[in-house]
Structures are given as structure tokens and as C-alpha cells.
Design a protein around this ligand. Sequence first.
Ligand code: GLC
Length: 566
Amino acid sequence: MKKTQLLALLLATVFVPLAAHAQQKPVDPAGHQWWQHAVFYEIYPRSFADSNNNGIGDLNGIAQHLDYLKQLGVDAIWITPCFPSPQVDFGYDVSDYEAIDPMYGTLADFDHLVAGGKKHNIRVILDFVVNHTSDQHKWFIDSKSSRTSEHRDWYIWRDGKGPNQLPNNWLSTFGSPAWTLDPKTNQYYYHYFYPEQPDLNWRNPAVEKAMLDVTRFWYKRGVAGFRLDAVDTLYEDPNLTDNLPLPGTDKFGRPNQDEKYNKKLPEVHDAMRKLRTVANEYGSVLIGETWTANVAQLKDYYGAKNDELQMPMDLMMTGFKGLSANEYRAHIGEVNSSGQWPVWVITNHDIVRSYTRYADGAHNDDIAKLMGALYLTLRGSAIMYYGEEIGMENNIPKSRDEVQDPIGKIGWPIEKGRDGERTPMQWTDGVNAGFSTAKPWLPVPASAKTHNVETEAKDPDSILNFYRQLLALRHKEPTLLEGDYFAINEDDPNVFAYLRRYKDEAIMVVLNMSATQQKVQFNLAPAGFSAPKLSLLLTNAHAPVAAASDGLTMQPFAVFIAKVTK
Ligand code: GLC
């Protein structure tokens, strides 16, 4: 036996039991893992906190606010990409997966953040851009250098169909064709997103290995898991079959198409399983950016043997227009009966903020509290977006010149880009909302004067204090973590109400999704409570709420959360 073989054998003997040990241990008798009880908090690092006052947030800024996050009740933070990047897509164009962009700090700063997180019991999740790299990544620079380069087949290169013709009709979701010609080697490369984001060729085993190794690099540094970016587009039909047209045009004015041949290919699930196998070695969690049309599609991402993503995001509620008790009840009911652990999200860095989506001009803050009360009391894990807890609104650019997000420039005025939902965190009512003494990379909205951490912390009736109480309840009440979901008053079109039941008690959540006062009566006998006693846990009502025997009077957009005992 050669020395290296002997070493490998020894390492295997030592490390196999260690790896097995890393498998996740349940945190409760119900067999739940830590992430099933956790509230995750998405941080857009450019915009959270600017420790060196250059107008752009950074990792040390995040580290300085761990106390804030702990006090809020957050268990894990997901940091959107903070790796070296030309920042064409603000970090989603990665030029080195195993370093930190100097704009955000250093690897030592990252380690410091993870260590600080550990002290606060806040885990760190990174964002893994699996579908594509930056065109400045060394792999792509080599790939582009010649048709025979080592990394040529790491990306998707094809000849045009004929002179001056693209390889097929696929479109980039960011407004251009999906193919860009490289004049030097006279072939086209494929990119589902910007031309600066060439798609990796996941059919090449060397790509797969390199990407799995990236996850190992970060797991070893203490990362608790990844949010996997844009998983739907990992694979393309190797025959490059044209997509069929669909009626209508998209926001860039192009005919719609059915993306059958470049999206959601079955091979995606092979990649998810492989990423999961590595995650299991380190006891880590995988969250997916999983855009799905229905619950059945979402179910697929957990894997037929629960061997893919532990936490595919349910992004479907972010597409609901307005507030409809019937629509939420139907969806949530279906998710709960699907047999999987739900992952709730109401807003993120690609979607108009929930505050703005649901505001009616008269009850904006109450509606923000209602939305928080809804998804943070459901059975499942929850992912917040920074600023949601203070009622940050979208600050949509007023003119094309102001836009930073390239899709807003390409698609103006129909597509105004995503700047509006990525503005600086509002810490105070001072200059630049206390985010930075320098001009921030995006402007803060006027509402930062009232909606900021400092001001809201002093106001017991603020959105911030409502969220703090809500998250404290989640941590304190096993019923909110373990309890089942039982819909009540299912024929009420205005008020969405449910119980979370656990052992001998329940927590009742009543949400008036209408702008008018509603009288609600309950019959909890079918749920096992024939003579229920209610005690109020939390409300957004401005006057005391009385749970009279003949029912509850719910003001517009009122929230009523109560403990139910026998
Ligand atoms: C995901 C990200 C989005 C990014 C895109 C391309 O959808 O959430 O911000 O632009 O992937 O990486």
C-alpha cells in the first residue's frame, strides 16, 4: 500500500464516524431539527449596516447588530451573496466562491461574524449562486480563452444555427436573448440571467465536484447551511429544443414563452440530492429559491425520499394580490396537508416589500402586523426580510436615471427594477436613517422618519414591538412550534382564523383581513374544546379586546392571538 493510500484509509477511519456524528440531532421529543423551530432573517449586506461609513453595508456592520437581532428573536441570518463580484447583479455574479468581497470585509471578518453569531445563538446561512458565475470568474475567463481550454466545457457553448443566428429561441429572464456571441472563438454562450452571468454546465462532473467543494469550504468555516439561488435553471435540454410561444408579451415587450426546455428539468433533483448528501455530512440545512405554481411542485423539492432540500421556500403567497381570507385559508390548508414541513416567506430582495403590497393608506401599520402575525404563527419555519419588522416600504426610483438594478434600466418604465425593496435599513430618524454618514448607495424613503428602529423601540404600539412580542411567543410557546394546524370558521370570507393545537391546549389566531369591523363567533367543540377558556396573548388592537361570550369584535385588520384551554 502506498503512503497516500494508507493516509486516505486512516483519514476515512477517523472521519467517517465524525461525519455521521454531524447528522442533525432533534431538538425536541417530536423529532424536530433546529431549523424547524427557527426564524430566519434575510440580510442584504449592501443595505443592512455600514460600519466604515462608505455608503455600502458590510459584514462588520452585521456583527455590530447581533444584539439587535437577538432581541428581535431571530435564530439564523441568511446573508445574500457577499463573495467577490463585479456587482453587475449586486453579488449574484460571483467571481470567487471562496472569499469575501473587500467591499464587505475579509474572511477574518466573516469568521468574526460567525463567532459572534455563535455567542448569540444565531446561525449564519450563506447564499450559493449555483446556476452561474460572473463572466469575471477565472473559470469563465479560461473557458472563453479558446475552444480547447481546460474550462471550455464548464459553461454552455454552442454554434449559431446559421450565420448571424442564435443557437435557439431561449430568452434571458433579464431582458435579452439567452445567448451572447464571443467573437474570438465564434461561439455563443448561454446565460439565463445577464450576459455577465454565464450558466455553468452542471452536466460536466468537474463542475459538479467544484461546486460541492465550495459548500465544504464554507461548512468547515462554520456556516450552518445555504440558500440555493435559482435552482430551477441549473439544467437545459442538451438538444436545445426551441421553447413554444405563449400568448402575450413579458415586461420587456418580448413574446412570452413556455420555458419547458430550460427550466425545472428533472436533473435539477439529482443536483439537489448531491448537495444534500454533502450538507448531511456537516449537519447543515439547504433552503431553496423555489418558485412554484402549486403545492405539488413545491413538494417535489423536498425529494421523493426527503433527500433534497429541507427547506424549499414557499414563495406562492408573495404573489397573492391583496388580502383574501379564502385565498390564504385554501393555500395554507393545502400546504399543511401536503405532509411536508412548510417554509413561509412574505417578502424578499426581488419582490416589492409586503408593507407596500398590502398597504391601503389607512391601516398600513395594522396590516403589516397582521401579515407578521399570519406567517409567524403558522406551523413551519419562517424567513423574514430585513426591515419588515419596522414596516419598511418600497422606495421605487422616480426616474430611469436613478435606477441601479440593470433590469430597471432595461425594462423602464414597466420594469423598474428591485432597488425599491433593497434600500438601507432604517436605524434612526436621523440623516440617511442612521445607516451611514456617507451618501448611501440607495436613498432612504421619507417614511424612515417614523419607521425606524430607534423611534419604534420607544413606542409600545409599534410594528417593531409587535414583532418582538410575536417572536418571543414563538420561542416561549411550544404550541406555536409543535402544534398542528386546524382551520376554524372556514366559511368566513373576511376573517381568517385557525388553531394551533398541542397536548391539552391550543393557540387561536384570528385575523380580520378586511377594512371593516367584523363580529366573529366560534365553535371550538369540533377542535376538541367544548368549553374553551381564552386568554389574550397578543393583539394589534388599539383598545382593549374583550373576548365576550357572544363572540369577538374585530376592528379592521385586527389580530387576536389567544391561548385556549379546556
Ligand atoms: C435569484 C436572486 C436574484 C438574482 C437572480 C440571479 O433570483 O434572488 O436577486 O438576480 O437569482 O442570480
